[in-house]
Design a protein around this ligand. Structure first.
Ligand code: ATP
Length: 347
């Protein structure tokens, strides 16, 4: 199995009731690449996925290309895509192997070949012992493994996953996320993965398209998006971001509690940095100081909420064994390279 490149050209979508779900959207996905569509509810992720699948037509003028062929008028059953949804859409009364076999039977694959393929898929998803169970006798995580096995059994050219882990509890979600990652790497199939969970997006995406209001706000590798967010919306959506407002004087940002270093050419009076870049230092090397409002020991790190007297509290992610308490005075510093200037949100 190997993937094909996919291109969306100017795909917009306005539904009959006048809802504009997508602004004209261009997206190129490389063969074998995993693209994650990430964004808040209603931003157009599922609509984009359904357009790729052929379940939804783009408005006039929009085009979908698979491997150099315009498939815009081609219905889903002729596009050779595998799909997995949040709700399993499996046949509840059929066995696991019956479900995985179903699509192969519909495609007219001979019985012997079908059996071999079903075995291969059950082994790949590590569910061979469940082969004879009925779907309604399985846990949520097991059902999603069956749904994945069923989706990839016909060796589709494209795999489309819409919030496949959302219905599962946290531990199971993480296990299956690792499993999906392994599967996507070994199949090298072109994949579009929809989620509103940023950890899932960072873990699975070769690139992430962060969507807002029917547009792609930014597309890039997880590192691009995290370390160089295009605007304040993306910065806030991925991880936590501290913001400080002040006055730019001599290349530093002066604010009530002290100052922050700024990169050359930093424009505007807003500076932002990630919680892991706020360091606790001794008084002599401090840029600013504040009072601990709360301290949460989380095992591998401690999350501090620090009041520096500004509009909002700052968050620090620190690793230290000594316990801090509400009311403690802390001295803080941020490396110049970690301080970002961000464009305001365009919309
Ligand atoms: P979620 O995470 O909640 O599934 P999403 O980002 O996938 O959200 P879409 O399902 O693509 O968002 O929906 C985008 C917008 O289009 C929303 O405002 C939604 O209400 C609207 N929409 C989706 N399907 C239809 C439809 N069939 N008719 C009218 N409006 C629709």
């Amino acid at each position: 199995m190997s993937g094909i490149p996919i291109t969306l050209r100017s795909c917009s979508k306005t539904f009959d009731d006048g809802t504009v779900a997508l602004q004209p959207l261009d997206l190129s996905i490389a063969a074998g690449e995993t693209i994650v569509l990430l964004g808040p509810s209603g931003c157009g992720k599922t609509t984009t996925l359904r357009i790729v699948a052929g379940l939804e037509e783009p408005d006039a003028g929009g085009q979908v290309w698979f491997d150099g062929t315009d498939v815009t008028p081609v219905p889903i059953e002729k596009r050779n895509v595998g799909m997995v949804f949040q709700s399993y859409a499996l046949f509840p009364n059929m066995t696991v192997e019956g479900n995985v076999e179903y699509g192969l039977r519909v495609r007219g694959m001979p019985a012997g070949e079908r059996d071999a393929r079903v075995r291969e898929m059950l082994a790949m998803m590590r569910i061979e012992p469940l082969a004879r169970r009925r779907i309604d006798q399985l846990s949520g995580g097991q059902r999603q493994r069956v749904a994945l096995a069923r989706a990839i059994a016909p060796r589709p050219r494209v795999l489309l996953l819409d919030e496949p882990l959302t219905a599962l509890d946290a531990k199971l979600r993480e296990d299956l996320r690792v499993e999906i990652d392994r599967l996507l790497r070994s199949l090298a199939i072109t994949t579009v993965y929809v989620t509103h969970d940023q950890a899932e997006a960072m873990a699975l995406g070769d690139r992430i398209a962060v969507m807002a209001h029917g547009r792609i706000a930014q597309i890039g590798t997880p590192q691009d998006i995290y370390f160089a967010p295009a605007d304040a919306f993306v910065a806030d959506f991925i991880g936590t971001m501290n913001r400080v407002r002040g006055e730019v004087i001599d290349g530093t940002l002066r604010f009530g509690a002290g100052w922050l270093p700024l990169a050359d050419g930093h424009a505007g009076e807003d500076a932002m940095f990630r919680p892991e870049d706020l360091k606790l230092v001794d008084q002599g090397s401090a840029q600013f100081r504040g009072r601990v409002v709360s301290s949460f020991f989380l095992g591998d790190h401690t999350r501090l909420v620090i009041d520096v007297g500004g509009e909002s509290m700052l968050i620090a992610r620190v690793q230290q064994r000594e316990r801090l308490h509400a009311g403690d005075l802390v001295h803080c510093a941020v490396e110049p390279g970690a301080v970002m200037a961000l464009r305001p949100v365009a919309n």
